[in-house]
Design a protein around this ligand. Sequence first.
Ligand code: ZN
Length: 182
Amino acid sequence: MIYPIVAYGSPILKQKSVPIHFQTNIQPLIDSMFETMYHAGGVGLAAPQINQRLCVFVVDAEPMDEVLLKGFKKVFINPEIITTSGPDIVFEEGCLSIPGVRGQVWRPENIIIKYYDQNWQLHQESFSGMAARVIQHEYDHLQGILVPDHWAVLKRKLMEGKLKAISKGITKADYRMLFLKK
Ligand code: ZN
């Protein structure tokens, strides 16, 4: 099932998600998340973006780099970033919840993350480079952190009008969005 994507300005995007009970069958949710993400042309999607306050996100970043990110398709349930290590690297990030807006975000190059997969197998893995970035972006969503929260005050001021417009439903996204009032 393809869900509408929750737009910037909705309170759920600023809330912390709650852990999922061990061994809950969330396969239907995961299938819908991938379907929604592909439909919108994204490389990652977190549950709050489809209005579910749950600690799960999916990624398939192969379209970003068919060599370095080949097969990088994963489900992260109840993830916990254990450590990060530098150097910090900057990259222009976008977000399906904030269509048409991009901005620089600094993130550590390497992470170690603990998570369950869709079969409730526990993993502890390290990622670096773009894979680590995509994971950190989605992980942020579970903490209620969005790309603009990483920006300097000046950049946020400059983009204020655009962000406000999105929250009011003025956007050219070519996928369905959900605008929730505060
Ligand atoms: Zn995002």
